[in-house]
Structure formats: structure tokens, C-alpha cells
Design a protein around this ligand. Sequence first.
Ligand code: FES
Length: 640
Amino acid sequence: MQVTFIWHEQIDGRWSQRQKQVTTSGDMTVLRLAREHDIKIDATCGGRGRCGRCKIVVHGPLNQVSEIEAQLLTKEELARGIRLACYARPLGDIQVSIPTGETELLQILTEGSKQVVAAEPDVAKEFVTVDKPQLETPDGDRERLLETLKRSGQQDCHLPLGIMSSLPEILRRADHQVTVTRWRNHIVAVESGDTTDELFGLAFDIGTTTVVGGLIDLYQGKELAVAARLNGQAAYGADVISRVEYASNGASQLRRLQQAVVDTLNGVISELHEKTGISPEKMCRVVIVGNTCMQHLALGVSPTYIARSPYTPAFSRRFDVSAGQLGLAVNPEAPVTFLPNVAGFVGADTVGVVVATGLANQDGRVLMVDIGTNGEIVMSHGGRMVSCSTAAGPAFEGAQISSGMRAGEGAIEFVEIGEDIEIEVIGQTRPRGICGSGLIDLIAELLKVGIIDETGRLQDASELQGLSPKLLERIRTGEAGNEFVVVWSEDAADGSDIVLTQRDVRELQLAKGAIRAGTMILQKILGIKDEDIDELLLAGAFGNYIRKESAMRMGLLPRVPLEKVRSVGNAARVGARLCLISQGKLEEASRLAKSMDYVELSGRPDFQEAFMDAMLFPQDNLSSQDSTKINKNVPRDHAV
Ligand code: FES
């Protein structure tokens, strides 16, 4: 039987329709079939029937609607032919339309914190004049080039085959005056003439969701351009565990994940080329950070044992490989360094943050929190650094939340409650759902007015006093308990009410409990109370965009004065950039990764206790309306 997939793709800034027909015997789901043919369908839960994101519109015969689909899809959606790709199986020829998800509209953080270091990269260029060949001296071009380098103090240089094959032409074209680019004693490039005035490199942060890359002038340490793309692996699951599970299915699945991220990196490189006009062949050094799993997948190394106790990665120290081996579309001999990891779930991205923020060298008690599907936390005091990772899940990214969505057009990014609810939406459009920063605001505001109690229970309207009729009207009983209507159907983009359900509150409690419990354990280990924290650093997109007041009000972060909280943006990539332009920083990254203590939370009996405590919402929020009013004027770029 034939399955025709139809989807839209943005090519050179324009949307165009794509179509692909594949044959199947009907033994696999539409999601699996799509994956087999490299067709992307948003599958946040990795095809486990939990997220409801893999919606497709199908024309033609399919298997019966499953119980899970009946739960995750509305009656109207089912009537419109919408099914979940991870459950739908063709029973004959079908046509599958893949909706353009909000992922294409995602706003990506590309700015980082700033730190000034002297540019001293570990690649160097040298302009040399090679002896011309003589009838009486039989030495080859390679030998004369190496001899020239030896005379200028570069012993035992290695000339790879890829460069040797084009050397005769380059030497003769340039009248034997060439520029040699070297990394240690490896020759990375031989160019005609004198090109010593330019030296370029790339710094990447491979995130589970997004990949951000910067093109750097290695002499000045200056960032010439930044580009970002969604990680092409997202179609294989939104979180690290889904990717590990997929990669563990076999060598071809692992290869597919590697290819997906390499394609993403190459997409970023091509955008950087377009933005600057600098040809990829001139990019001769690359430094990459990412969580431990992303680093493994980018290298095509199985991350299977990261997810199994005792969570051992295949490698944890810095790893060097050539761009050609990796499949990167830059100078194929360019050395690519993957920064070291600390543990299976505290990766090089955290090391990058520590390098960028100078955390190790700060006096005082500094807590760094990077909130994502995995929250990475580092506490530093008196020269000691302790780190942990805690599984927050994708709730703060809007996944597994009934009206949740990523921060794209139509996402509610700001909520304030007075007589009624006030919202702000991304883009000039009606609301489609709520993104992470909107969810945190919403919970904080519902706590403030008492609609949610300390235990996370959405109260009945009859239990609440002193609230306006407009607010009371928004509280109703749904199929699974109480729910709060954030936007009525007539004002919403798709004509359905946008609601926060009791289950959503529980999901968010689990996520915030995991992060807060992690910080509590590290504080306990170093004997630091909330009031003793000198600085609280928030890393990553989430830390940059959320309103800190709301995050503290809901108990996601320890209570510290707002002036002690600092967003450091995409500090992981800044760390990669610092290591790219400075050998000293590169060495520091290796030292830090080795010296940082790692705490495995699942092995600690006190973690469960801390988690239970941290699931509760702070009680003092319930009565402090005025003192904790959200400051709408706090500058912010975008939501998350
Ligand atoms: S429900 Fe199908 S991928 Fe999540």
C-alpha cells in the first residue's frame, strides 16, 4: 500500500510544499514509517503516546482510534481526520498531511553573557616561501614544505593526504609562497599567498532542542555572526531519554540521529556563510559543547549506558576529531574539540557555563541553575564546586500540558491576575496555547489569589471568597477535576478554550519540585541556606526569559533578593567560544570538569524527602498580593 506524506518546509525564507510517496505493508505506525524515510513529525514523547504532539491529518483507511488517541484528541479533531502518528496504521492507500508545528516559529536564544579574554587560539598561520624544485634535488613538494616549516621552528609537522593531493597545484599557482595553518603539529590548510590576516573558527552549543553556532574571528575573539536551528533530532523525541532509547535500538538508528545533528550543524554553517560571505573552507577550528548525550550522538557514539545505572558515558574527557571525520562542511582537516563532560547528566554545556561565568574563581556562595528538560545545577563556595542534574521533564517547554506549547507565535508569555486575567501573546495573533514563561506566571498568579493552594489543588469556586465574578466564572470542573479557563474559546485562535487543568498543575509541580530539590541538596552539602546565597545565576534560554519573581513565588528557585539573581543567557556557547579563542580557557575547561564534584541524586535517600517538600508551593505566596506583584516593566526579550 502507498502512503503519501505532504508537509511544508521553509527553504531560503519561503514556505513550499513537499511531498513523498512511500510503500508499506501496513505493519508499522505512520510515525515509524515517516522516520524510516527521514520525514519529520513532531514526536515530543518519542512515540510513547503521552504528548499528543504527533498530530497528522489522514485521508484514507486507518486502524481504529485507540483509547490513548481518544484521550489526547478532541472529538472535533477526530472528526476532522486528525490522528496521532504514533498510533495510526494504514489499512490501504492513505494521504498524510503533517501540520506545520510551532517548532518552525520557535524563537531561539542566541545571546550569551560576555567575558573578555586575550585571543590566543591553538591554531596558527604562517606565511612561508618554499624552496622551488631543482633538477638536481629530488625532494618532493611535501618534503620541501616540511623542511621549510622545520627551518622556521616547526618540527615534525604532519601533512594529511587530503592536503598533499592538492599541494603541487597550490605551490605552483602561488609561486611557492603559501600560508600554512597549523594545529599543534598537524597541518590544517595550505593556501596560496599570504592569508595570515584572517583566521576563523566556530563555537557550537548542541542543545537537545536547539543548536546555536557562532563564527568567530580568532585573532580578535570577535563573534562575526550567530545562527541557530532546531536540533534535527527533535523528531526522534524531545528529551534526552527518548533519544537514548531510540539510539539504543541499533546502529542504523544511532547513525540517523548522528546524521540529523550533523545536518543541523551544517545548516548553521551555511547560514553563517550567507551572513558573512566567509567560505566554510576558511573555517579551520571548531569547539563544541552539549550535554553528555548530545556529545555522544554528534560523534555517533552510543549513549546507551548513560541512561543505565551507574550512568557511565563512553567518554568524559575532552575529545578531538577532524571535521572531515565528523561530516562537518568546513575545512575537512579542521580540528573539532568536544569539551569535557562531568558525568552522564552533567555535560560539557555545564562546563561551558562554568568557564563563561568564571564560577570557579568567584568568592562567595554562587548557585547556577540551567533549567531545561534536565536541570543542571552547580553550587560553588570556597573553591569547591558541586554539581547535579535533575530530571524536570518537558513541562516547562509546554509539553504534556493540555494547552501547552513552545514559545512561538500565539503563545501566551505573560499572565497577570487582578479583577480578571490579563495576558500577553507572542506575535500579532490570537492565543493558541501557553508557553513555559506564561505557565510560570500563571501558576504564580493563581497562587497569589488563592485559586491554587499550597498543595497545588485547584480550589472549587465555592471555596473561594473575595474573588471577582469574572475570575470565579473561569473555575470549572472538567473531565479530570477542576480547571481554570485562561482564554475563552471565542478569543482563542483555534476556537477551543485554553485551560490549565489540575493534571497540568501536578506536572508543573513535579518539574519545579525536581529542580528545587536539586538545589536544596547541593545547598545542604555545602551547608548554605537560601539567605546565604550571594548570587543566583540563571543559564540558558529559560533562565533568560522567565520572570524571576514568578519563579520564586512558585518555589522553583530559592528565595533570594532579586538583585542577586542574574541571567547569563546562553553561557554554554560563550564558554565554547572562550575555549575556541583561548588555549588557557580550553585547559581550564579540562581542569574544571575533572575537579567538579558530581552528586548522583537518585542515590541519596534525602533526595526523595527534599523532592516531596519541594513539590509544595511556598505558603506565604497566598496572601502577599501587593508585595509580590509582577513587575511588567522588567525588560525581557521573548518567552520560553
Ligand atoms: S503521542 Fe505520539 S509522539 Fe507523543
